[in-house]
Design a protein around this ligand. Structure first.
Ligand code: SAM
Length: 378
């Protein structure tokens, strides 16, 4: 068997797909399904989303097969708010023989993988739910014979990689022990993390666990190569609803000077860094004390339309250049609330001749909230 050094460039990826598989936080299946319905309808991809409450995933079944190329063009992972992962499914085996799973998987792959297909990585996954913990253990064990089998068939590259997902990746998603979805994800249109989960270590000196939300947001929305440009010693920010300081901590760690606004108390150690000015004020009335700032961040627990309007006002008034904020969504119709917020902000920023990019994600560290990042473009 030969191992090419750049096999992902050559491997055929235009498979015939029977549906789309997306992971999400348990309890968010209906929101994700609504979103997939809307995006697929927009691109005339006909099918229906199968929703099973609290399963942590949604399967959108196509009425007739679609190609990876068409789906990859129409459905973009970065556009999906509630999806943690995006996989094009080429086979669903609902009745896997538990005593000999690999035989059926082999037969399906032989029939459906195109000639010369070779994935760069392969993962065995299950939903991130309380009930799914045992299944997750099984998946970890099963991944060893699964990968060995793929390598033996030349469907997977021999080389070991540090990252879980590199290049074209083959996914085996177990719904339960005898139901599996087989699919592929492409590097430019998915989460780079196994199970779509961005695991971060909690910094022991951070004032609150909320710090992980902003850290994940920065990694998710801003390419690593641009971190230094967006966050450095010359950058300043306002943090609305800052206490006890988890978000301010992330900014200060990156050299940013922060005006922290809240009526609560800020973390002492953070105040001693000399990079934080604290103002006990109402975030809805506060105006920047030292002129406009590079960043507005906001984690206040408030109605999403009020926060959306506040962010818009800051950007339109030129008080802040970019913004990262949470829209708290305790209601059921979260997708609808997000569409309304996006429409309102987009209309007003466009009228003010502001060019910007909009990104929104229900991050792994979020609860009932979605994080939005608005970057002004020149
Ligand atoms: C979820 S906590 C923020 C946690 C913070 N991001 C962190 O990482 O530590 C929400 C904060 O918003 C503040 N808050 C809520 N409404 C506010 C308002 N109108 N003006 C200023 N702060 C407000 C609360 O006092 C609370 O500290």
């Amino acid at each position: 068997m030969t191992v090419s050094s750049t096999p992902q460039n050559n491997t055929p990826t235009n498979l015939s797909l029977s549906g789309l598989l997306c992971y999400c936080r348990s309890g968010y299946e209906a929101n994700l399904a609504q979103e997939l319905d809307a995006i697929c309808a927009l691109h005339q991809i006909f099918g229906f989303a199968k929703v099973l409450p609290n399963t942590g995933f949604v399967y959108f079944a196509f009425y007739s097969p679609e190609t990876t190329d068409r789906i990859n063009e129409a459905v973009r992972f970065d556009d999906l708010i509630f999806a943690r992962q995006l996989i094009g499914v080429f086979a669903h085996i609902p009745d896997l023989d538990r005593s000999n799973r690999l035989t059926q998987i082999h037969a399906v792959c032989t029939t459906l993988l195109p000639e010369g297909f070779r994935a760069q990585t392969a993962v065995v996954e299950s939903a991130d739910t309380e009930d799914g913990k045992e299944l997750a253990k099984f998946c970890r064990k099963f991944s060893v014979p699964f990968r060995q089998h793929l390598r033996a068939q030349d469907w997977l590259i021999q080389r070991k990689t540090k990252q879980a997902l590199v290049g074209v990746t083959l996914h085996a998603f177990f719904e339960h022990g005898s139901s599996i979805h087989l699919g592929i994800s492409l590097p430019n249109n998915r989460s780079a993390h196994e199970n779509g989960i961005y695991r971060l270590k909690f910094p022991s000196d951070a004032p609150s666990r909320s710090t992980l939300k902003l850290e994940e947001a920065i990694h998710t929305f801003i390419p690593k190569s641009e971190h230094q440009y967006y966050f450095n010693d010359d950058v300043n920010a306002v943090d609305l609803g800052a206490c006890p300081g988890g978000w301010t901590y992330q900014l200060v760690q990156r050299g940013v000077h922060v005006e922290a606004i809240d009526n609560g108390a800020m973390d002492d150690a953070l105040m001693k860094t000399g990079r934080v000015d604290y103002f006990a004020a109402d975030g809805f009335k506060y105006q920047p004390q030292y002129g406009s700032v590079n960043w507005l961040v906001c984690d206040m627990i408030e109605q999403p339309d009020r926060v959306a309007q506040l962010m818009t006002d800051w950007l339109v008034n030129g008080w802040a250049h970019h913004a990262i904020f949470n829209l708290k969504l305790p209601m059921k119709q979260r997708y609808v609330a997000m569409c309304q917020a996006k429409a309102s902000i987009t209309t007003q920023l466009t009228s003010a001749n502001i060019k910007f990019t909009w990104q929104a994600k229900h991050l792994y560290h979020n609860r009932d909230e979605v994080t939005v990042c608005i970057l002004r473009t020149s």
